[in-house]
Design a binder for this molecule. Structure first.
Ligand code: HAM
Length: 420
């Protein structure tokens, strides 16, 4: 037998049994974004590799080892499957001069690709909904994003997520902090693991994010960025906290919140749950005031966040949210030449009236067709024999409750079906 070809590791099919959860999620997000005044933007899945190197940072895990980068043999370009959406969103806004019309509130959704080691909640193709506000300076928009998330969790029936916030300050305060951090780490060289040695000068802040238990004592004693913060960044951070308190949003300050992408400054935040095991960060983001300029635009402040759809769906189901399958209203069974012709007309009519109608396809006795009707989950079987066809009528048999079969003219059928 020919060998069955399987999906690529870490890239999942979303089967009909799960697809209705996704559809509920997508619909809820769409309505919520519109309610908050965000417009959707649709971006390509492939970009020039340089876009990600320049924005995410050359010495990040994503760029160093997780990108699906390939040569386009037809023209020699180095292309990359997008590992995230912020860089593309900013690129598109600049390419199409969206900021000339003023600040932009945008969102996008779709698959992202990172070559990570697959495990529960971590995939190589995963999905994000990303939100970006371009051209906004104040902490009010940072707060708005957090409030938007909290509102969405309510709509999705999600509980047990906690909010951690932090600040990375300005480029200047980070430079000062970086120097202090390197000085501190150099005093403990003997206790640093290989990864920390490698990152000591390229990305020392990321050392603080190490999960190595042997490093925790050194990390706990390291200088804190919060103590090196410049005055404006401190004010920004305090104002954010004030708005969050006023809005009744609980948060913890995490002075060690380090994001895996280099473009952040000032506010960073993560929504985390303990109910999903190791991959508990369901949503993350922050401010990136330097990115627009870094990608070649006129300087413009910005902030945003992205949710991990697989993780949020898992949490939503874990929290007991019940999303019923959409079932058909009717399954149309038919036998005989005139009956089949009329069955086509009946489904067209019922669908036009807004009912979900399945037409039986393939042969089969009435009995076999009724079995299929039952298995389909439809509420009613519509039965059409030549007799009904000649009278332009249909018989309606309830499949889910013990009620009488009725026979009505096709013209009245839709109203009747909608009532019962
Ligand atoms: P990120 O923290 O890299 O940020 O990803 C955001 C979220 O995507 C994570 O919190 C997680 O829920 C989900 N995620 C990331 N990697 C995986 C994976 N391998 N499998 C499943 N889910 C995953 C960003 O991507 C930034 N672009 C967010 C942002 C937007 N910042 C400002 N604007």
């Amino acid at each position: 037998m020919t060998r069955l070809i399987q999906a690529v590791r870490g890239m999942n099919d979303i089967l009909p049994e799960q697809a209705h959860h996704w559809e509920f999620f997508e619909q809820t997000v769409r309505e919520w974004m519109a309610a908050c005044g965000y417009r959707s933007i649709r971006l390509p899945i492939v970009e020039q590799t340089d876009l990600f190197v320049r924005s995410i940072g050359a010495v990040t895990d994503i760029v160093e080892k997780e990108m699906y980068t390939f040569l386009d043999h037809l023209n020699g370009d180095s292309l990359t499957l997008r590992p995230e959406g912020t860089a593309s969103c900013v690129r598109a806004a600049l390419e199409h001069n969206l900021l000339y019309a003023g600040p932009q509130r945008l969102y996008y959704s779709g698959p992202m690709f990172r070559h990570e080691r697959p495990q529960k909640g971590r995939y190589r193709q995963f999905h994000q909904v990303g939100v970006e506000a371009l051209g906004y300076t104040g902490p009010d928009i940072d707060a708005e994003h957090i409030v938007m998330c909290a509102g969405l969790w309510d709509k999705l029936g999600i509980a047990d997520v906690r909010l951690e916030i932090g600040t990375l300050g300005s480029v200047e305060s980070r430079t000062l902090h970086r120097a202090r951090l390197i000085h501190y780490l150099q005093q403990h060289l003997g206790k640093l693991d290989d990864d920390a040695h490698r990152r000591l000068h390229s990305n020392p802040l990321r050392i603080l994010d190490s999960k190595n238990p042997g490093m925790q004592q050194i990390i706990d004693g390291a200088p804190r960025l919060l103590d090196d913060l410049d005055e404006d960044s401190l004010k920004h951070f305090e104002e954010l906290q004030r708005v969050l308190r006023n809005q009744g949003i609980a948060f913890e300050i995490n002075p060690r919140l380090v994001r895996g992408l280099d473009y952040y400054n000032r506010t960073v935040f993560e929504w985390i749950t303990d109910r999903l095991g190791a991959q508990g960060t369901v949503c993350a983001g922050g401010r990136y005031d330097g990115l627009v300029e870094q990608i070649g635009g006129k300087p413009a402040p910005a902030c945003g966040f992205a949710m991990g759809v697989e993780r949020l769906l898992a949490l939503m189901l874990e929290c007991g949210k019940d999303i019923p399958h959409a079932v058909a209203d009717v399954y149309v069974v038919h036998q005989g030449e005139a009956a089949t012709g009329f069955a086509w007309e009946a489904v067209r009519h019922l669908r036009a009236e807004g009912l979900k109608a399945i037409l039986h396809c393939g042969d089969g006795s009435f009995k076999a067709q009724m079995k299929k009707a039952d298995a389909s989950g439809a509420r009613f079987a519509v039965i059409i024999g030549d007799d009904e066809a000649h009278a332009a009528e249909i018989s309606i048999k309830p499949l889910r409750e013990a009620a009488e079969q009725v026979r009505v003219g096709l013209a009245e059928a839709a109203d009747l079906l909608k009532q019962i």
